[in-house]
Design a protein around this ligand. Structure first.
Ligand SMILES: [Fe+2]
Length: 275
């Protein structure tokens, strides 16, 4: 971490704050002690019949809920990924599809990754994914990362070439960022990759993976209870967020080109990416 000179309680990463609140070991960031398995190196776990059933329930329910609510780019990505309906997808298969589509690969992470490992993988077009699934008691909500969020939530958006390049740039910029700029990047990550909305000809739709993989957030995010502001990286970079409650404020892009170009301009201006 780069926080040694910071005041206690100030300017700490979301990852560190998550660890403070974590009664659940799945929420404590882990630092990799060696290179994680990537692509075909990732073994398929011996899932129980009940775990496959949990995937089946989540997949069917969320897919139906996203009709008209998930943005077209996400829905197209869902088709490209071609997840099986009745069994947990294999990360090796997912990696092959992403590699063929946008030259991204998948690695297996044991849980919530420490930010430096996480962002450096993104910067190299590798998406770290968990391979374990939530329990039946957590169908509606889990504070911990799991493969339903990582696989169903994140991977379809990565099949979009514009989003895929933006996502890599987030990783690259984060590797160059120190202190406050790292916090700013985390906020931009949160309000775009995880909780972004897009204004389309069909109305307001969702592309943020934290919303897409949550039954409650999909419904909540598009209501009037949520304040919606236009995507302005300088503003988002200063906006605090709370990971433990439904989101009261979201930011809206007009297009993925606006997202990619706006972010690049901001990061170049900060000296985090080459111009
Ligand atoms: Fe995520």
């Amino acid at each position: 971490m780069n926080n040694k000179t910071e005041e206690p309680g100030e300017l700490r990463s979301a990852f560190d704050k998550a660890a403070d609140n974590a009664l659940d070991p799945r929420c404590i960031p882990v630092k990799l002690d060696g290179p994680p398995p990537v692509g075909d190196q990732i073994p398929y776990p011996d899932y129980s019949a009940d775990e496959h059933e949990i995937w089946k329930i989540l997949f069917a329910r969320q897919q139906e809920l996203l009709v008209g609510r998930g943005c077209q780019e996400y829905m197209d990505g869902l088709k490209i990924m071609g997840f099986p309906e009745d069994r947990i997808p294999s990360l090796a298969d997912c990696s092959r599809i992403l590699e063929k589509t946008v030259s991204w690969r998948v690695s297996r992470t044991p849980g919530l990754l420490h930010e430096e490992d996480f962002f450096s993988q993104l910067g190299n077009r590798v998406f770290p994914s968990t391979d374990y699934i939530r329990t039946r008691e957590e169908l509606d909500y889990t504070p911990a990362p799991d493969m339903f969020h990582d696989v169903f939530g994140h991977m379809p958006m990565i099949t979009n070439p514009v989003f895929a390049d933006f996502y890599q740039k987030i990783g690259q910029a984060a590797m160059a960022a120190q202190g406050d700029d790292r916090r700013r990047l985390e906020r931009i990550y949160w309000f775009t990759v995880e909780f972004g909305l897009i204004d389309t000809a069909e109305g307001m739709q969702i592309y943020g993976n934290g919303i897409i993989s949550s039954f409650a957030e999909v419904q909540h995010s598009l209501t009037d209870k949520v304040k919606k502001l236009p995507f302005v990286p300088e503003v988002i970079a200063e906006q605090e967020y709370d990971v433990w409650h439904m989101q009261p404020l979201l930011y809206v892009i007009d297009s993925f080109e606006q997202l990619g170009d706006g972010f690049t301009e901001w990061a170049v201006g900060k000296g985090l990416l080459e111009g």
